[in-house]
Design a protein around this ligand. Structure first.
Ligand code: IPM
Ligand code: MN
Length: 372
């Protein structure tokens, strides 16, 4: 298959982890005889520095003229502590989501058997956890009207949702549940928020009319946050709005042992983008300690999107091997960590030649070699 892929690696650790995703896709190209063509675009703080705009028009055009977008991360400390900054890197990402119509953000999460003791949560709590979060991505409080009073002392953000916005993401969540364990949990705050009551009404109606075979549960977001760390294996598909999905998915990442493992896909009717859920981790930039696995798994989600299932499965297998043999960065392996680049090398090598890669790894493990 021939694919044109826009690469927006962004800020902080974005470029170094995205390099590993590209390395992985190059290995897939080799092994399966595909043709992937990568074109880079500027986004985020680096784009502000170079052009004054967190999403320059050329970048947006590039995304619209390619088959998929591979995204790194954005954000820089100089903006985080400056609420009065007139332009912010995050605006680039939000505009990109809106312009490409990426209304569904899909965030899979599982407790890898080999990492059960890495999570700060007890093994018996997280064992068997396998959740996919469907987060609405182009509406709600992120995109509602924002106001600030003239004196600057009163501010508001409107959380607005329409029936079609709720329906289109809900369809995807129900359809995903049918291929999994047939259970959807709607996370909302319907005891307080009018917009959440609309979600409940629309989702209930849709379940009754179109997905009567799927089990539907409801949880208030405060309770869901608690359940997520008390008994996460109760969840199958979580369906939720933009801001609740943002918060709950960071919380859920603790289950996997590292936020550096979580990938995501953002899809609409026309375009699709793939990105790790972690941020730009500025303190780690350039040190070779960032975990590239979330970026690599985002590349696997990209392939899955184009129905390259065998390819995507192979990437997942390579990642599982890296985790099994502790070929990981310091977030998961404090004593004998690999660099970001070396984790990528192992995964790419495994894809082309599994046995050879594992053989080389044994040497690393025995301290006979430091390079894979
Ligand atoms: C995410 C991020 C973004 C969000 C930020 C960077 C705007 O936290 O993708 O989860 O809040 O959606
Ligand atoms: Mn987030």
């Amino acid at each position: 298959m021939k694919l044109d892929i826009a690469v927006l690696s962004g800020d902080g650790i974005g470029p170094e982890v995205t390099d590993q995703a590209i390395k992985t896709l190059n290995a897939i190209e080799n092994r399966f005889d595909h043709n992937f063509n990568f074109q880079e675009g500027l986004v985020g703080a680096i784009a502000i520095d170079e052009t004054g705009d967190p999403l320059p028009k050329e970048t947006l055009d590039l995304c619209k003229n390619t088959d998929a977008v591979l995204f790194g991360s954005i954000g820089a400390p100089k903006y985080d502590n400056d609420p009065s900054a007139p332009v912010r890197p995050e605006q680039g990402l939000l505009k990109l989501r809106k312009e490409l119509g990426l209304y569904a953000n899909i965030r899979p999460l599982k407790a890898y058997t080999t990492l059960l003791d890495q999570s700060p949560l007890k093994r018996e709590i997280i064992e068997g956890t396998d959740i996919t979060i469907y987060r609405e991505l182009t509406g709600g409080i992120y995109f509602g009207e924002k106001k600030i009073s003239e004196d600057g002392n009163v501010a508001s953000d409107l959380c607005e949702y329409s029936r079609p916005e709720i329906e289109r993401i809900s369809h995807l969540a129900f359809q995903a549940a049918r291929k999994r364990r047939n259970k959807v949990t709607l996370v909302d705050k319907a005891n307080v928020l009018e917009s959440s009551r609309l979600w409940r009404k629309v989702v209930t109606e849709l379940a009754a009319s179109t997905y009567p075979d799927v089990e539907l549960h409801f949880l208030f977001v405060d309770n869901a946050a608690m359940q997520m760390i008390l008994n996460p294996s109760q969840f199958d598909v979580i369906l939720t709005n933009n801001i609740f999905g943002d918060i709950i998915s960071d919380e859920a990442s603790v289950i996997g042992g590292s936020i550096g493992l979580l990938a995501s896909a953002s899809a609409g009717t026309k375009y699709a983008m793939f990105e790790p859920i972690h941020g730009s981790f500025p303190q780690a930039t350039g040190k070779g300690i960032a975990n590239p696995i979330a970026a690599v798994l985002s590349a696997a989600m990209l392939l899955e999107h184009f129905n390259l299932l065998e390819e995507s499965k192979l990437i997942n297998e390579a990642v599982e091997k890296a985790l099994e043999f502790n070929l990981t960065t310091p977030d998961l392996n404090e004593t004998n960590p690999l660099t970001t680049d070396n984790v990528g090398d192992f995964i790419a090598h495994y894809i082309v030649s599994p046995n050879e890669a594992l053989e080389k790894f044994k040497n690393v493990n025995l301290g006979q070699s430091t390079v894979i």
